[in-house]
Design a protein around this ligand. Sequence first.
Ligand code: HDE
Length: 688
Amino acid sequence: MAKKPTRDAHLGNGGELHQQANAEHPPLTTQQGLVISDNQNSLRSHPQGPTLLEDFILREKITHFDHERIPERVVHARGTGAHGFFELTHSLEAYTTAQVLTEVGVKTPVFSRISTVAGGSGSSDTPRDVRGFAIKLYTAQGNWDIVGNNIPVFFIQDAIKFPDLVHAVKMEPDRGFPQAASAHDTFWDFISLTPEAMHMVMWIMSDRTLARSLRMIEGFGVHSFRLINADGHPTFVKFHWRPKLGMQSTVWDETVKIAGADPDFHRRELFEVLGAGEVAEWEFAVQLFTQAEADKFPFNHLDATKLIPEELVPLQVIGRLVLDRWPDNFFAETEQVAFCPSHLVPGIDFSNDPLLQGRLFSYLDTQLSRLGSANFTQLPINAPKCPFAHQQRDGHMQMTQPAGRVAYEPNTLSADAPRADRAKGFASVALDEGGERGRVRAASFADHYSQARQFWISQSEPEQAHLASALVFELSKVEHPHVREAMVAHLLVIDEALGQRVADGLGMDKLPAPATPAQPVMDLPPSAALSIIDNAKDTLEGRCVAILVDDGSDGAAVAALKKAVEAAGARVKIVAPKVGGVTLANGKKLAADGQLAGTPSVLFDAVALVLSDAAGKALSREAAAVDFVRDAFGHLKAVAADAGAQAVLKAAGIQADAGVLGADDADAFVAAACTRQWAREPSVRTLA
Ligand code: HDE
């Protein structure tokens, strides 16, 4: 058991509190190991006098503090990290020599960082944004970083456009806002001039960008990579991570409110569940295909604005990723971790995707300015866990002390100097790259609308309504009418009805002429994998349910609900008007996990209210309680309420439906809580 810290202290002359070292608490020292006698008072010339420059202890402490911050990531600044492992379940030996993909059952340690893209490191967890999904696998053959996103396609086809894209989405340079939001003129101006972004626009306006939990998103390597087998034969591969808990999103109004109620919503949840011994788990799957197969695709797989439909190349599940340990120190690990798509292992190689090719340069370069030294690889979170040896030397913050006089290769002066190894070493795939050089885009990259249309028609009805409404929301924040019109012109090409719906939502008097596609738009078949709702798991596992109680609540009803919810794999939080808890009708005290005003229902997947008649009456005049129910209902959640709580439901104007239940049938409540009440949506909001 952890030792309890002692609180012993004495007061100094000025009434300040001093704690002193003792048998349990070692002495506090400077960075040089000098024991500090007084950590409360700086060195003064006399009690009323100025502080002396001589105070090297003060100066060391303040100087270090002044330099605590490093530049945040230029994109993906806000992220949450966790440790875990990758375990291979099916060997890809026929395709690759990479041990991490051939040694079944081996657990490879990993560090993952899931991030938003546009906001600064202090922004909230829940803007409408792509999520970065970066995994560092510390394999026996060196570190392999899969630096992907939760969306399988990207905005642009060529790396040279990336700084423009990011400048467009970030805070506008003259005003310094909006933070972490694409709903502004510069973003949509750029996008409206970038037809290749239209497929990605469909994804970011869909519920994919409104993640319920970091454990409920997919991950994609996005680009094609190559696997190389023992004969040197290449096979193309796409990487996929599929969440064990299924995918789930929030609804937009809920998302907006979560940002206010808990800006750390995703980070806190992962912290809490890992601390409670739960894990976050994904299946690892690959799509494998040959050049000959790729030649028959109706698109170019080297174009990162395209995905390969699962119907065309099925996913093969070959392993799992488990995150099970929160980092010890956020800065040392989550902030200092340096992912680079160029970190790979023998048996894996890049493709010629022009976006990937640019990334191979960018990430190493950005680490140099962010972490300040070419020795960032020596930080514990970045160092390989396999043996490594090289002749790279010196530089800022060199942490190693290589012995001997040899720091070059070849040499004859060192008996054990490292040497290249042709058999085991990394080999780039042999390719004939003949052709004319030039600043060109392949003609096979020119179809920008077919897969956007495919995504749209693959969405369920509620998802289509959300997507169209998201476009209306975003474009309503755009001040320039010509930008709105240009976007509607693209949407009309994707799907006429979509363009019309958005134009209506924007109150446009006249439809603009549709944009002119460079190539005829194909009618691709819908792909079942693209909808979240159609693929939702009927489960409460990994979710969180609130029970609102007050003095006089029925303890047996609370216990029965809690038992049923926990049996379904979800967590329960007790919400009460005071955090100290309540006295139940049976006289027992029940502690609260959250205070009503600070713990709104947006933080939960379903809510139950167990209230005495008197408490129900009192809370029906309490805005926080009424909003608690109104929001849960408006966000399509199951609501269970006993007789006493009916007064609150009435005050919230709740019309009973299949998702509004009594509090006496815990199993029925759990069954209803497993899914959102989509049928309710048209009765609570008008969507585009
Ligand atoms: Fe990144 N990206 N990116 N990106 N990216 C960075 O690297 C860049 C792209 C992605 O948790 C930066 O360490 C360029 C696609 C993730 O630490 C930077 C291009 C995908 C993360 C950078 C792209 C990503 C980054 C900023 C266009 C999905 C966070 C800080 C060619 C496949 C990793 C850093 C973490 C971070 C550059 C496009 C994913 C500046 C030039 C496509 C998950 O190097």
